[in-house]
Design a protein around this ligand. Sequence first.
Ligand code: MG
Length: 244
Amino acid sequence: MIKVIGFDLDGTLAGEEFDKIIWNEEIPKLYAKKNKLSIEDAKTKVYADYFKAKYIENVPEWTNIEYWFKRFGLENGWNKLLEDVKGKIYLYSETVKVLKKLSKYKRVIVSNSHPHFLSMKLKIEGLSQYFNEIISTPTFHHKKKSKHLFKDLLGHWGIKPEEMAFVGNDYEEDYENPSAVGIHAFFLDREKKEKGDNIVCDLNEFVEKVRGIQKTVKPQKSMWSAGGKLALKEILEDLRDESA
Ligand SMILES: [Mg+2]
């Protein structure tokens, strides 16, 4: 029986343009201006530093924009940049509908996004109201969505792996790692390049998969015993959801 449904955020619930513009365009632009470089040279330098921070220096704060403004000595406030670009944040067309359909579950976001970015994105279309908990891996003492993180989360909620479903658009972090610890994980491939039982092309398809898992869990007792009443309640909720 599924109890918790987890979602990645960027590329899953919301588009990724906001992050791309900030990291790939705006920060190099500010860096170029400060150091009087061409935009191409600034990009080379800035991208190399991102790589170094993540893979060589193991900077725990490597997704924190405040850290990068300090490291690069940029004068304009990071808050102002986020404000200027916030118009680029959007949710996918099916996001809110799907979250409403799954309202009987505990719904959570598990994202590598730093809280400075998360708080901005959660305001769009009132996204935060659909979630019981938001996990930002950097503040949960993890650098990314590793197997270890998913094990910690199961412990945090006191659930078994088979009681959780998860979906996201990163093959390793959102699919392989949660799958490896026994979570019902699904890879979201919006471009429809991949095929398989655990691959979905949008969130509506993910809802179908969750329902499929629930249907394979048979009620243990007769419909009319104490446990049976619970089973009946589940069936009625499913009927309501199907017609939503
Ligand atoms: Mg993602």
